[in-house]
Design a protein. Structure first.
Length: 218
């Protein structure tokens, strides 16, 4: 598919604003939101569910892999510091095996899991949780605004939404950026993007380290 930048107004799929501009890269049309600074793939280029599933089945994130557990503790550590005993949590977008659920259960918390491909029981989304983990998932959201609204509805007052995703920083390197080259990564956030996401919902925002976001529902 040719990258055609001659499009009409495109609303940001992250914040809903219409102030966007074409941001083509490597033959793919993306859009940059001038309000929240998100960069998102044009809807015409979004991958099919079949293509996504085949890609996700290639992931090899074993729950007993020490390196992968250290990686997950980048988000689990700051979250655990803020939780109280016996919380109920949801690992949203858990993949074939939820290493995060095992980590949190090992710390005395109770976990449910959800994944549209590997754990598609949507009844778990009808409950309310003290915390939700979303690790290397938000960049896959085709319609992020709707997903954040859904996650807000699953959080109890005082609850935390913990997100880990690689922040987009350098426009000049975007086309060759390894994170962009995964075709299932369709939206890219900056720190200021999460400021807008939080502000729209009245969430409190913390960024304890690069690529880690803690959003607390008052």
């Amino acid at each position: 598919m040719d990258c055609d930048t001659d499009t009409g107004p495109v609303f940001c799929r992250v914040c809903g604003q219409a102030e966007t501009k074409p941001f083509p890269a490597a033959g793919i049309l993306y859009h940059r939101c001038m309000h929240c600074a998100a960069t998102f793939m044009d809807a015409a280029y979004l991958p099919s569910q079949e293509a996504e599933r085949k890609r996700y089945e290639q992931h090899r994130n074993e729950s007993d892999d020490p390196g992968y557990r250290r990686f997950l503790f980048r988000i689990a550590g700051p979250l655990l510091d803020r939780l109280w005993p016996g919380c109920r949590g949801l690992d949203f977008g858990c993949g074939p095996v939820s290493a995060m659920a095992r980590i949190m259960e090992g710390k005395g918390h109770f976990m449910c899991i959800y994944d549209p491909f590997f754990a598609p029981d949507e009844t778990v989304l009808e409950r309310a949780y003290d915390f939700i983990t979303c690790t290397e998932v938000a960049e896959h959201f085709h319609y992020p605004k709707s997903e954040f609204e859904r996650l807000d509805g699953c959080l109890k007052p005082g609850g935390y939404l913990a997100i880990m995703t690689c922040f987009q920083t350098d426009d000049e390197r975007f086309a060759n950026w390894y994170y962009r080259r995964d075709f299932t990564h369709v939206v890219f956030y900056r720190e200021e993007t999460f400021g807008v996401i939080a502000g729209q919902r009245g969430w409190d925002l913390e960024i304890p380290e690069k690529d880690v976001v803690l959003l607390r529902k008052p």
